[in-house]
Design a protein around this ligand. Structure first.
Ligand SMILES: Cc1ncc(COP(=O)(O)O)c(C=O)c1O
Length: 366
């Protein structure tokens, strides 16, 4: 049978009656675009995360794009971010007409390094996008201090870190805006695409609401160039059910991470860092191994799911050739791309499965 990297069917089976009822009620109500389901879900997310505003949009990528636009980022600006992330983190920068400028990550956390940010700042820099990669919040105190000193906006890419916290505050609520993805495989995953911008800034919230609805507040009165980027009501209704379980599910992931840490203790496997300041929500449990190909071969033979997030850093992507970066520019990210390996982690994963995963990996690293 093997062990999947993620098993959404197990999650669905555990909450099936509630999910089915929510879908049915939405279908019967026929209110599909914005409306009460979206409003209720926005209110619930804002309350859970401790944000003033939450605005549902069509994807995490759109959340980032609309948040940057609302924060005033546009042509001629530069935005500093990490090259060790999914490309949506930088796609939003080019989508608003600005230029991505990369800064390397810290080897232990995989998150953007504050000294790297300082070096990347120029007079054209307008914003920083830290990514809370794999569910671990970035070093927000240092990032916010740099932003403050240089008058920059901070848009948090919280796609992988729903529910995580940094010094008691939820990820996504520390900067000017936080951008969430409800892509199905995320910790809080929908049944299709979806995203949200959370913010304590009234102006940003208002602007994102206008941008997501064709640049209009009043129907057929268009104040600015906008987008069709609304969170589907069906997604909102289904996500509302899952929201009730998210802290419990994240705690389940944390327990699985602790178990892997035990299983890998006294081995050459480098396990994820978790600092005292943060609650890591283990969207991914990502190890580092020098002999990655050998380990992958073993996992493949046993039918064990695994993934490399990410094999190529953004500065070396063909899409960014025009930015002029080359190999060696961000050595920490480049080394991470060669060594990282993400293992099965989800709340329903059994202890027996975890032991099988760990044993197989340990055979590969001997
Ligand atoms: C770090 C990161 N940023 C942004 C996104 C974009 O989210 P979406 O797929 O919802 O557009 C994702 C996930 O796909 C992600 O992992």
């Amino acid at each position: 049978m093997g062990i999947p990297l993620l098993d959404l069917k197990r999650q669905y089976q555990s909450i099936k009656p509630e999910m089915d009822a929510a879908a049915l009620s939405l279908l019967e109500g026929c209110s599909f675009i914005l409306g009460p389901a979206v409003e209720a879900f926005e209110t619930s997310v804002a309350r859970l995360l401790g944000a003033e505003h939450a605005v549902g949009v069509a994807s995490g990528t759109d959340a980032l794009t609309l948040a940057l636009r609302a924060a005033g980022v546009g042509p001629g600006n530069e935005v500093v971010t990490t090259p060790f992330t999914f490309i949506a983190t930088s796609e939003c920068i080019t989508a608003v007409g600005a230029r991505p400028v990369f800064a390397d990550v810290d080897a232990a956390s995989f998150n953007i390094s504050s000294s790297g940010i300082e070096e990347a700042i120029t007079p054209r820099t307008k914003a920083i996008i830290p990514v809370h990669l794999y569910g671990l919040p970035a070093a927000m105190d240092a990032i916010l201090a740099i932003a403050d000193a240089h008058g920059l906006k901070v848009v948090e890419d919280t796609a992988q870190a729903f529910g995580a916290s940094y010094k008691g505050k939820r990820a996504g609520t520390l900067g000017d805006a936080g951008c969430i993805s409800f892509f199905p495989s995320k910790n809080l995953g929908g049944c299709g695409d979806g995203g949200m911008v959370v913010t304590n800034d009234d102006g940003i919230a208002k602007q994102v609401r206008i941008l997501r609805q064709h640049g209009s507040r009043v129907k057929y009165h268009h104040e600015t160039h906008g987008y069709n980027s609304r969170l589907d009501a069906l997604q909102a209704a289904l996500l509302q059910v899952k929201l009730g379980y998210i802290d419990e599910w994240n705690e389940g992931r944390r327990r699985k991470a602790r178990r892997y840490n035990e299983l890998f203790s006294d081995s050459p496997v480098v396990t994820p860092q978790e600092s005292e300041d943060c609650v890591h929500v283990y969207h991914q449990y990502t190890i580092r191994v020098a002999q990655r190909e050998r380990v992958i071969e073993k996992l493949r033979n046993e039918g064990i799911g695994h993934a490399i997030y990410y094999p190529i850093p953004l500065h070396l992507q063909h899409a960014y050739a025009e930015l002029g970066y080359s190999e060696g520019d961000f050595p920490v990210s480049e080394a991470a791309c060669r060594e990282v390996l993400s293992l099965p982690i989800f709340p329903e994963l059994t202890d027996e499965e975890q032991v099988t995963v760990a044993t197989t990996i340990l055979e590969g690293v001997d």
